[in-house]
Design a protein around this ligand. Structure first.
Ligand code: GLN
Length: 285
């Protein structure tokens, strides 16, 4: 079988399986199985394939057919223009999470180019903390996660981007994080989906780590636990960036008003026009 024949066959199969971007996903998996750049596939259409190449692709295609996300099959996902290593131990970075980085980079503190201290609570792949660390080359980054497996992924990414000398990896539940340092930026994308949310996609439910997705109290438990931690560890002129669920703005606002963790805060919408981000500053604790 030639490369082109296998490509066509796979696209047909993915279409039958109702995979939206059948052609694109096929090309990406082919590139992975054949250790090629996607663009090079087109230069080798007529090449007959070796048995082991066909087998490698078949394995990936079967897994994709069962709903496993593409990012876990290729073990990569782009975030803020960089390619992060990901596996099933970490949440696949979502495009809307890039907003936290953009907002942090838009602050005066980032513009000053001074050595900043950055804390990523519940870091997963490390996409937030490492990206900000890379964008702010004088900074030092502290990455915290409850999952040792997730921390290894973050460490691997730190090495990939050669930033490990400026990184500290701390294995603890974010709600118990305690450090004598205070930080210029604290970023968090905690688990915030309600355990009884029926809108979660099957591939997310079946393959992504539930620890990184779901929380008690309608998805609010970790957010409520992490807010005081952020307040305690934020510099007087620092900023806390928190991703949250589209329906959680009101509860978070109420909680902030009753608890006086921060004197100042605002909410931003994501590019789908959904409430998604809290920016809090002037910590009171
Ligand atoms: N935005 C993610 C999703 O909808 C959830 C991320 C999270 O819980 N932190 O799948």
């Amino acid at each position: 079988m030639t490369l082109k024949e296998l490509l066509d066959k796979t696209v047909e199969y993915f279409k039958k399986k109702k995979i939206d971007q059948a052609r694109l996903e096929t090309e990406l998996l082919l590139a992975e199985a054949l250790h090629l750049k996607r663009i090079d596939i087109y230069l080798q259409f007529e090449r007959p394939l070796q048995e082991d190449e066909v087998n490698r692709l078949r394995d990936l295609v079967t897994r994709r057919g069962k709903g496993e996300p593409l990012a876990y099959l290729t073990e990569k996902k782009e975030f803020y223009t960089r390619e992060f290593f990901v596996n099933a131990d970490v949440l696949i970075p979502r495009p809307e999470t890039e907003m936290l980085v953009q907002q942090a980079l838009a602050t005066d503190a980032a513009a000053k180019k001074s050595p900043l201290k950055i804390l990523d609570l519940g870091c997963g792949s490390g996409c937030l903390g490492l990206t900000l660390g890379l964008e702010l080359p004088l900074s030092e980054v502290f990455l915290v996660d409850i999952s040792p497996a997730a921390l290894s992924v973050a460490e691997k990414n730190a090495q990939r981007f050669e930033i490990q000398d400026r990184c500290h990896f701390i294995e603890t539940d974010a709600k118990n994080f305690h450090h004598e340092l205070v930080f210029d930026f604290i970023l968090a994308n905690p688990p915030y989906i309600s355990r009884d949310d029926t809108n979660v996609q099957k591939s997310v439910l079946d393959f992504e780590p539930s620890l990184a997705l779901f929380a008690d109290e309608n998805g609010m438990q970790e957010i409520k636990n992490w807010l005081p931690v952020a307040s305690k560890h934020l510099k007087p002129d620092g900023y806390f960036f928190l991703e949250h669920g589209f329906d959680q703005k009101e509860v978070i606002e109420k909680s902030l008003k009753t608890n006086e963790w921060f004197k100042s805060f605002k909410f931003l919408k994501d590019f789908s026009d959904l409430d998604r981000l809290l920016i809090a500053s002037e910590p009171m604790k």
